[in-house]
Design a protein around this ligand. Structure first.
Ligand SMILES: [Zn+2]
Length: 406
């Protein structure tokens, strides 16, 4: 691989995995400090941006001699916490390479992807004189908690960091260029009742019974909701290819509205009717539909049952048009490597890329398959990571090292 040395990507990814940065707590000072020194040793200066104690972002920009587009490389330094070390074959922070895989928390989400961007940035810095336009490396502190002090903060406070196109190495499948994401409504609903003795149950006084009716009603509305396969962003004939990349059944999921009840609390004693109940629901909304409308439905259902609803998080579905120049350049590069036409489509989940789409900046995510993401024995397949590195390198080279006229 010209310019970018893959063995150095792997060595760097191993070192990043070994530095803990779980979110929560979301303290990235240690890993950011490592990255800053690493860049410094390569003669690259970077900014240390810490909007909140411990929430550290590292940003660096290369400015070419001639004008051209501005590409932003975004990766997050925070990772999911390790719930339990039980079941792991190695220490979750081992960063060991075995069977051509990198193992450990954050191996695919997304320290390997961060290592790709750091090394890509370094290799472009070394070829500095050929650069037309700008290249920004943005390593952020809190993607796992929606970017309050990371990407969202940086975009709100630094207009120079939006760029003309955003690249992300968030994990996914190698045949899928992700240009969209589902939206999301997180809500907490509280129900109250008068309570009473468990031997004389009266549904009207039992807050948990109301919570259950709420959940049934939400399930019913969600089951009837979604985008028709014929009109969905990913055409129906690409269903199989989409599922190959995102897992069996993913196509049906990603065009559906889904609801998950992640937390329910109620009651203090078996023979008492709960006087208070709380439900937290996570509703996902595919491109083509409106999160605002789904929130209104939740409000209506809650109101019917005299529930008090609070919105915990709200994101509309977001899309970068597949016809855009940067998307077609990127897709062509993937096509040429894969031998089969790449699918352009949405992720089932959310990432920081949405923040660029919300500003009208094209955003493309392309990364290694998320083996064990958030679970035990997370790993990154190095052969996949190498393709990811090659594809992003080719894109940046094509757009910034040829006068920006690609
Ligand atoms: Zn991620």
């Amino acid at each position: 691989m010209k310019g970018l040395k893959f063995d150095e990507v792997v060595a760097l990814a191993q070192q990043l995995v070994r530095i803990p940065s779980p979110n929560p707590e979301g303290d990235t000072a240690q890993v950011a400090s490592f990255v800053r020194s690493y860049l410094e040793r390569a003669g690259i200066e970077s900014e240390w941006i810490e909007p909140h104690p411990g929430r550290v972002n590292i940003v660096s920009t290369l400015v070419g001699r001639d004008p051209g587009p501005h590409i932003v490389l975004n990766a997050h330094l925070d990772v999911f916490p390790v719930e339990t070390e039980e079941g792991w074959s190695d220490d979750p922070l081992s960063g060991v390479v075995r069977d051509s895989r990198l193992w450990g928390r954050g191996a695919n989400d997304m320290k390997a992807g961060a290592a790709v961007f750091i090394e890509l940035f370094r290799s472009i810095a070394e070829q500095g004189s050929a650069l037309c336009g700008r290249l920004t490396l943005m390593l952020v502190c809190d993607e796992e908690s929606f970017g309050e002090y990371g990407s969202r903060w940086l975009l709100a406070n630094r207009a120079d960091l939006a760029g003309d196109v955003l690249l992300s190495t968030e994990p996914g499948g190698l045949g899928l260029v992700r240009t969209a994401e589902r939206g999301m409504v997180w809500a907490e609903v509280k129900f109250t009742g008068r309570g009473g003795h468990g031997a004389h149950p009266v549904r009207e006084v039992n807050a948990l019974a109301r919570a259950r009716r709420f959940m049934d009603a939400v399930d019913a509305t969600v089951a009837a909701d979604g985008v028709d396969a014929e009109t969905f962003l990913v055409p129906h004939h690409q269903q199989e290819r989409y599922d190959q990349n995102m897992g069996k059944g993913a196509y049906d999921h990603v065009r559906a509205v889904t609801a998950n009840f992640g937390e329910v609390t109620a009651g203090v004693k078996i023979n008492m009717q709960p006087a208070a109940a709380m439900v937290k629901v996570d509703v996902r909304v595919p491109p083509g539909l409106s999160s605002e409308e789904r929130l209104q439905r939740l409000r209506d259902i809650a109101a019917d049952l005299e529930g008090e609803i609070s919105v915990l998080n709200f994101i509309e579905p977001n899309v970068t048009g597949s016809e855009l120049k940067y998307v077609s350049i990127f897709r062509d590069i993937v096509d040429n490597r894969g031998g089969q036409a790449a699918v352009t489509g949405p992720s089932p989940g959310c990432s920081d890329a949405r923040l660029w789409r919300e500003m009208g900046v094209p955003a493309i995510s392309y990364g290694p398959y998320p083996h064990g993401m958030g679970g035990v024995d997370e790993y990154c397949e190095l052969s996949e990571l190498e393709v990811v590195a090659q594809v992003h390198q080719e894109f940046v080279t094509k757009v910034l090292l040829t006068g920006g006229n690609a």
